[in-house]
Structures are given as C-alpha cells and as structure tokens.
Design a binder for this molecule. Structure first.
Ligand SMILES: NC(=O)c1ccc[n+]([C@@H]2O[C@H](COP(=O)([O-])OP(=O)(O)OC[C@H]3O[C@@H](n4cnc5c(N)ncnc54)[C@H](OP(=O)(O)O)[C@@H]3O)[C@@H](O)[C@H]2O)c1
Length: 249
C-alpha cells in the first residue's frame, strides 16, 4: 500500500482521488485551504485520510506543512499535483493581472514547490510517482484560455522534462489532461457563479471526477516498469471545432 500526497483534496478531482485511493487501501494526505471540506472528508474516510489545511501559494506555510508531513510520513510514494484553477474567460487584453498572478502561483509555482520538496526523496529511494493534472486547455488554444491554458502547457512540458532528468531511475512522472468535467468547483471558481457554471454543463454528459480519479488510480497501479507519460481524456460529447478565421466585411 502506498502513501500519496494529493493537493486540492477539498473538492472535485482531489476529493474523488482521495476516496478511490483510500478505498484501495492507500493512505492519502490531502492538502487544500478549506479546512471544513477537508475535515468532512476525513470524517467520511477515516484515519487513512490525513487532512492538511494550507494555502499552496504561501511558501512559508507550505514548508511548515511539508515538514510536519515528512516527520509523520517519511516515505511519500506518490505526489498528485492536482490543485489548480482558472479565473475568468476574458480575452487577454481585458484580463486582470492579479488573476494571472494567482493562476501562475497556483498552477505553476505551487506545483514546482511541491515537486522540488518531494522529488529528492523519491530519487534517493529509487521509487516514486508524480502525477500532474494538466488539461486539454494546455494542448489546444481557445479564446479566453490565455494564462490558464499556458499554465497547463507548462505542466505538460515540465512533466516530460522531469522524465528526461529522471532517466535511469525508477521514479515515474505522468500527466493527466482532462477535457470538460462537471461535479467540481472549477467552473464556479472560473465563472464566479453557480448559475453560469450550471449553464456550461446543461444537457451535456461531461466527464465526472470519478472518471478522472479512476484514470489516476489506474496510472498509479500500473506495473512499476510502465510509465504513462501523458493521457488526455474528453467526454464523448466534446470534440474539436477547428481554427477560427476572421473575414473582413
Ligand atoms: N473541471 C474541469 O473541467 C477540469 C478539466 C481539466 C483540468 N482540470 C484541472 O483539474 C484540477 C482540479 O480541478 P477541479 O475540477 O477538481 O476543481 P475544484 O473542485 O475547484 O478543485 C480545485 C482544488 O484546488 C484547491 N486549491 C486551489 N487553490 C489552492 C491554494 N492556493 N492552496 C491550496 N489548494 C488550492 C482547491 O481547494 P481550496 O479552495 O479548499 O483551497 C480545490 O481542492 C485543477 O488543476 C484544474 O485546473 C479541471
């Protein structure tokens, strides 16, 4: 059985990942800011879910939390860098700079901080797995995707570069890039209201958090000699719409 650190465990994919991994007998240390949500999950899942309330963009707080975690669990087998967000769908020329800063701090800098802290131990033990949450937004450009999509493209390429540096070790790195998924707080956070988020998923069979969690559990439980580099999943209801062409009147 493995010990996994899962960031963004208070809702959406992270909570579903925690539920599936704990059900399989693994121990999950779940990080997020919302203490009440983490505690509710701890009450549901029992002692194999360890809630850690921390703002991942606060470097000092993260170092303190990691110190506590590593004292209690010196061997971390899996890191799921799942915490992330998008803020708004405005075109770049109308976006708030503060929203871009928050997106970079959460989706890139916090992921780097967690990876930098836990990777050396994995290499030393020659055993470990980092699973990063990317997005189809990181693979395909769309209007309003600007910094969110770019942050996920960073995640995709950083994961591959990690594998390059880890050549010759048994440490695995995988990226999971989902498309449209309902049942999480993602669109509520991005669009700023429950109603707008609900409209996005109206009459669409989107992916579910369990679909994503099941994919992550499969990647994690794959034979030790097998590395899933990158996996992209979309609901059948979603596909490609081609490139846009602006014609003058
Ligand atoms: N839903 C989709 O359609 C979709 C598609 C592709 C990729 N993704 C990616 O999947 C990941 C999970 O998203 P989700 O859909 O499950 O959304 P979600 O329900 O909003 O979950 C996001 C998680 O990140 C945590 N988080 C955000 N900022 C944080 C911070 N500063 N410190 C600590 N934790 C923080 C949130 O916890 P607190 O608010 O409690 O801190 C929450 O647990 C994200 O990386 C997202 O970009 C989502």
């Amino acid at each position: 059985m493995k010990t996994a650190v899962v960031t963004g465990a208070s809702s959406g994919f992270g909570a579903a990942i925690a539920r599936q991994l704990v059900a399989q007998g693994h121990t999950v240390i779940g990080l997020a800011r919302r203490q009440d949500k983490l505690q509710a999950l701890a009450d549901e899942l029992g002692e194999r879910f360890v809630p850690v309330s921390v703002d991942l963009t606060d470097r000092t707080a993260v170092d303190r939390a990691l110190g506590d975690i590593l004292r209690r669990f010196p061997v971390i087998d899996v890191l799921v860098n799942n915490a992330g967000l998008a803020l708004g769908v405005a075109p770049a020329q109308q976006a708030q700079l503060a929203d871009w800063d928050t997106t970079v701090a959460t989706n890139i800098s916090a992921l780097l901080h967690m990876t930098h802290a836990l990777l050396p131990g994995m290499v030393q033990r020659n055993q470990g797995h980092i699973i990063n949450l990317g997005s189809t937004a990181g693979a395909y450009a769309y209007a309003g995707g600007n910094v969110y999509g770019a942050s996920k493209a960073f995640v995709h390429h950083f994961s591959k570069n990690l594998r390059a540096d880890l050549a010759g070790t048994a440490v695995r790195v995988s990226t999971v890039a989902p498309g449209l998924c309902s049942g999480t707080d993602f669109s509520k956070v991005r669009l700023g209201s429950d109603e707008k988020a609900a409209a996005l998923y109206q009459n669409v069979q989107a992916l579910t958090p369990d679909d994503v969690a099941g994919t992550i559990a499969w990647i994690m439980n794959a034979p030790a000699h097998m590395n899933v580099n990158y996996i992209e999943i979309m609901p059948v209801a979603q596909s490609f719409a081609g490139l846009s062409v602006h014609r003058s009147a």
